[in-house]
Design a protein around this ligand. Structure first.
Ligand SMILES: Cc1cc2nc3c(=O)[nH]c(=O)nc-3n(C[C@H](O)[C@H](O)[C@H](O)COP(=O)(O)OP(=O)(O)OC[C@H]3O[C@@H](n4cnc5c(N)ncnc54)[C@H](O)[C@@H]3O)c2cc1C
Length: 470
């Protein structure tokens, strides 16, 4: 009875339309993309203003009820869904106000529930670019990408979400509002609190709005898919293109050819984007952004050099918007084609770019020893040193790949440690890598993280069971 009265009070705070506890309504807040976590929740709330978020947190703090902040629910490590089953899910989906778009300072201030796609459109309406771009951009939200410090395909030129953020407004565990929205490019007034909240995965505060950087819009893009012999050639090409194109180089993605074979097999693309005369096992998808004053044909000139050096066996250069769309669709389909093909084991890891060939050579070899015939799909943001290192079950495999997964994970993380890499390049820690973080992170760094968590969330009510336990 007391419990019922308690939650009736919460319903009163947010209003009937923003309170959800019927199983049918709850499913969308509880099911996550990988289907790994299935805990329930007391209820979900969808506040519409920062003041409403504040009241929910005051309620939660007083009653010591845990809160799971949720954005677009596209996270891949289970951070946005309950870890215990008795939490309140607080979704920012209704906080979509555009507070300000200011082309003179190149800053826009958006509420946390605005999707990345809409953020791109708001910038475009002001003839500016918001450069963050990722496969989930139609659904993931500003609060979510900041809380995970998401990367995407343009990190090379513009940095990750942290680099695109100038300040945040957030509600703390006890309901206080931190107003750190800023348009200042210089502000050395003590600890960088924005950078604490960015990447905290909802464990230190609830981001309700952010001021974000905008950039000049490129006049055009030049995009090509290169056929290359090995990841080592990819590294050599990266160094040369980076030197020649500087910040015009926006994307540099490593793609094994198996991913395109699978996409054709499962009808995810309607034509082969590869140059097919000289097939190779590996590809680079690279893109230059050209601005007013830049000459067309910059990529072609670089390609001529690459052919002369015999680093590229063949290449497919985009000649139309449709060609470019196909290339990026193909790139984004690398996760989906695995889902359609077979059971998979996944890693999101990073190393120094020069170590990528060693990483792939060593991890592939050990995986083959563990399960002969296992199919490696090591792809991703090579220019950032970030590889989505996945494995598919062998053809005709009839076992359960989850039984093999621990051995593959251990071997991969052992090699990664020797290369001083990171166990999570861009997806974060969430529930999936919480225990791994405790094993792999430097103990002093872990202690510092726990102290910060305890100071900002002494009752441990913000997203418990994620990232670190105080
Ligand atoms: C098809 C696909 C492609 C993807 N591609 C990429 C990629 O290229 N690069 C990349 O980095 N990620 C990628 N992701 C992962 C995911 O989209 C990102 O992690 C994204 O940043 C999550 O945003 P979201 O709004 O969906 O947040 P959610 O999934 O809802 O939440 C993610 C985390 O942030 C917290 N959180 C959410 N909103 C707030 C808030 N307002 N305040 C405080 N905490 C909050 C949650 O508690 C959770 O811990 C991809 C995912 C999919 C499904």
């Amino acid at each position: 009875m007391a419990q019922l009265q308690l939650f009736a009070k919460l319903k009163e705070i947010v209003g009937d339309a923003n309170y959800h506890d019927v199983p049918d309504q709850m499913a969308r807040f509880l099911e996550e993309p990988r289907g790994l976590y299935t805990k329930g929740a007391q209820c979900a709330v969808t506040p519409t203003t920062v003041e409403m978020v504040q009241k929910v947190m005051q309620f939660a703090y007083q009653n010591e009820i845990s809160v799971v902040p949720q954005g677009g629910n596209t996270g891949l490590v289970g951070g946005q869904v309950p870890a215990m089953g008795n939490e309140i899910v607080l979704s920012l989906v209704k906080m979509k106000q555009v507070r300000d778009v200011d082309p003179s300072t190149n800053v826009m201030t958006l509420e946390a529930g605005v999707t990345v796609l809409d953020a791109q459109k708001h910038a475009e309406e002001a003839n500016r670019l918001f450069p963050l771009s990722l496969g989930s951009e139609g659904t993931c939200q500003i609060g979510g990408i900041l809380s995970t410090n998401a990367g995407g395909t343009a990190v090379l030129a513009y940095g990750n979400s942290r680099d695109l953020c100038m300040g945040v407004e957030a509600v703390l565990a006890d309901g206080r509002i931190y107003n750190g929205l800023s348009k200042l490019r210089k502000d050395n007034t003590g600890y960088d609190l924005k950078d604490l909240l960015v990447g905290a995965e909802g464990t230190l505060g609830i981001i309700t709005a952010a001021s974000l950087k905008m950039f000049p819009r490129p006049r055009t893009f030049e995009t090509a898919l290169l056929n290359i012999a090995s990841p080592q050639v990819g590294v050599d090409i990266f160094e040369l293109v980076r030197e020649r194109a500087g910040n015009r180089l926006t994307s540099f993605e490593l793609l094994p050819t198996i991913g395109m074979d699978l996409q054709l097999k499962h009808n995810l693309i309607n034509r082969d984007p590869r140059a097919t005369e000289t097939p190779t096992g590996w590809h680079i998808l690279l893109e230059l952004s050209l601005f007013e004053g830049d000459h067309d044909g910059a990529l072609l000139a670089i390609l001529e050099d690459l052919f002369e050096r015999e680093w590229v066996a063949d290449a497919s250069l985009c000649n139309s918007v449709a060609d470019r769309q196909l290339m990026w669709l193909m790139r984004e389909n690398y996760a989906e084609c695995q889902k359609r093909e077979a059971q998979a084991i996944k890693h999101d890891i990073s190393v120094a770019i020069r170590d990528i060939p060693t990483l792939i050579e060593q991890v592939d070899a050990v995986a083959e020893e563990i399960l002969p015939g296992i199919r490696s799909i090591a792809f991703g943001h090579m220019g950032d040193g970030n590889i989505h290192y996945d494995f598919l079950a062998p053809i005709d495999f009839e076992g359960d790949l989850r039984e093999i997964a621990p051995a593959i994970h251990d071997a991969t993380y052992e090699i990664l440690a020797k290369l001083n890499g990171s166990i999570s390049a861009e997806h974060g820690i969430g529930q999936l890598k919480r225990d791994l973080l405790a094993q792999k992170k430097d103990p002093t760094a872990l202690d510092m993280m726990k102290s910060i968590k305890l100071a900002l969330d002494p009752k441990n009510i913000l997203n418990p069971g994620k990232v670190v336990s105080p």
